[in-house]
Write a protein that binds this ligand. Sequence first.
Ligand SMILES: C[S@@+](CC[C@H](N)C(=O)[O-])C[C@H]1O[C@@H](n2cnc3c(N)ncnc32)[C@H](O)[C@@H]1O
Length: 251
Amino acid sequence: MRWLRPLGLALFWCAQWLAFVLTIEHGCPPWLAFALATCAGLWLVRRAADRTWAGLMRPLAFPASVCLTLSPIAVPSWVWLIALVIGAILYPRLDKKDAPLWRAPADLGSALARLLPQSPQVVLDAGCGLGDALVQFSRHWPAAQLRGIEISPLMRWICRQRLKSARIEAGDMWQLSWSGADLVYLFLRPEAMGDAQTKCLRDLAGTALVAALDFPLAASALASCRLASGKTLWLYRVAELAAPDRVLTPD
Ligand SMILES: C[S@@+](CC[C@H](N)C(=O)[O-])C[C@H]1O[C@@H](n2cnc3c(N)ncnc32)[C@H](O)[C@@H]1O
């Protein structure tokens, strides 16, 4: 039930606000109502032992929104409703291991072009977001077929506007096939890298290459480099993913 996750986040937040307002209406001092609603959130999240981004956002969203509403800038309450709607449009379904949008650094394409032994023919960006990485790839390898998979309709639409010639598919990268790509680029979350490695082994040819940004796979990399942003880019050959060995540390 992936789509229940963002909904659960929103309901949790609304319940804290409701508890806050109702306890004040019943005569509780506002500081105590705030502390009670915040502590209840922290207690529930601790029980769930959820260390993902959503797990961290859950206890922080309520105190942050109260502080901003009561602060000198006095963020009006309807802003939170709009934030919820935007969040739901951006991420209609998101699992624990799914990465939210972080944009590829501007030097990704040139760094990857230096690492690759030859130009790729079919490049897949699994979770292509706004298309930042694919736009760079299209400049470096104009003859390559570019393919992206993106779960968020809004980001997919923006990506398609930026890359008319690329094939941007709607859906869940874990359900759709990655086969046919000779280069797969991954900018995901640490929790997703194990599943990504299994998926590469299942879907890709042994000769295909996998580029992983920021979070490595459990295998020896063919090469790696550090980008200007401080992020590391690793390059792997699929045939060598089968025997998880060591994670190469960048020079
Ligand atoms: C960290 S961003 C990377 C964006 C892009 N690859 C880049 O480097 O600029 C991860 C993207 O993956 C998308 N995503 C997360 N989980 C997904 C899934 N299960 N299926 C498809 N897309 C997913 C998110 O919506 C987000 O746009």
